[in-house]
Design a protein around this ligand. Sequence first.
Ligand code: FAD
Ligand code: NAD
Length: 476
Amino acid sequence: MVVGDVTTGTDVLIIGGGPGGYTAAIRAAQHGLDATLVERDAYGGTCLNYGCIPSKAMITATDIAHEARHAETMGIHADPTVDMRTLVEWKDGVVDQLTGGVEKLCKGNGVNLVEGTATFVDDETVRIAHGGEGQGSESIEFEHAIVATGSRPMELPGFDFADDRVWSSRDALDADEVPDELVVVGAGYIGMELSTTFAKAGADVTVVELLEDVLPSYEDDISRVVRNRATDLGIDFRFHESAIEWLASDDGDSIEVVTESEGGEETVLEADRVLVAVGREPVTDGLELEALDLATDDRGFIETDDRARTDLEHVFAIGDVAGEPMLAHKASAEGIVAAGVAAGEPAALDHQAIPAAVFTDPEIGTVGLTEAEAEDAGCDPVVGSFPLRASGRALSMDESEGFVRLVADAETEFLLGGQIVAPEASELIAEVGLAIEMGATLEDLAGTVHAHPTLSEAVMEAAENAQEQAIHTLNR
Ligand code: FAD
Ligand code: NAD
């Protein structure tokens, strides 16, 4: 203990107030445990302050501008421009509302909130350094600790985020104007969501991606729909290329981004800003995990079991710091499990039905197994699909690209997974997730009367298609 420290004790100490940490803290308090949440920056973590919520606010706003600009065929004529400063102010207001809400919810549930940076001293004590220099510190002894310290953007060699012209996603979400020309490095989740947003805001966007397509972790027909729409928006793609350096142009603020193809050929792209979105890495520095002797994998993620426990039974790791998928709802779900286990409940995480949603144009929603994954898992899958061009609601929204696909076990008809590319796919996928969780069959989905005209009818139609009973498509 440092001289001058005050030492207190708590049942559960949670480090990090993102969607993993604050959910764990509230649930631990609801279990009747004394819960203490330590946060060094802002309640709500990356998700509320610099990630999910700000990006979705920007996406919504630029969608409105884009749709208004392209509604001539519906007899609507408008030429909106995007005032980025006002947009960012509005986004900040949304964020403030939510982060204030998190703080109130924690207090209302009896969680002790401590502001500062936590460092492990040993396997039952952390030291908290408050604020800046001279702000003091305290030590807290814990029965259980939950590490929920999240992740940060990975830097690309030569692209230092300290320079104003090199953007991380956080910088992009705080832009004070729309750059005329934007280079985006990485066509993953962030690269595709933000390149679409900035293209709709009026920027000329070029995306540089190491692999052969956008969103390479998704099936080809899903990536294709999103890539085609992005191309229609005017986004240029450079696949099989990496950004290797950037240079300031002679003319002041603009830059040149140098890319290299697989064959070693260099290209120079003119730009005003470059957004680097090549993945995220776990935040564990400063925690002194060595004091606990905790195992991390080769990428630095803390290793855990299905009960969110590390090598030490009383120390848990949840959310991004515990590895892929780095999604807010996965962090919260793990937080609930960790709090339950700390309270002596028989809780465990079932990864089978964790959905993923990408807020591109159109959106992607997936849950459970793809057809190939089902085969690899030894199942005999049956697949049904429904194209959006056959949906009355989709056409009345002027949307016809995309589909709903369901994967089920051929013999039992139990639902195994679903992939949706459509407007509101992030919402539609919830029905498929619920169906998997509840052990529903194709008949359950096909036999559920869906309101007309809605996009959700496409889920029912895909189930009917898998049963060779489709009304609005020809059965395969
Ligand atoms: P975080 O939210 O990162 O929170 C960790 C917290 O720990 C931080 O507040 C940090 O200050 C604090 N901390 C770290 N070290 C210490 C310490 N030593 N002491 C005290 N406090 C500490 N996910 C989705 O599911 N949907 C989306 O639409 C989505 N969009 C995204 C968009 C962007 C641009 C980005 C960057 C991410 C997005 N994500 C999205 C991912 C999502 O933000 C993360 O998966 C989620 O925030 C992880 O939650 P977490 O609680 O593990 O960590
Ligand atoms: P990502 O892993 O989704 O994509 C990174 C992309 O960069 C990949 O396609 C990769 O091939 C490419 N890449 C890597 N090195 C490169 C290089 N040198 N040059 C060109 N391309 C390169 O990572 P991200 O987009 O940074 O997002 C990080 C995480 O944040 C995601 O894994 C996701 O978990 C989370 N996120 C989720 C959402 C959502 O749920 N809607 C939105 C944004 C972020």
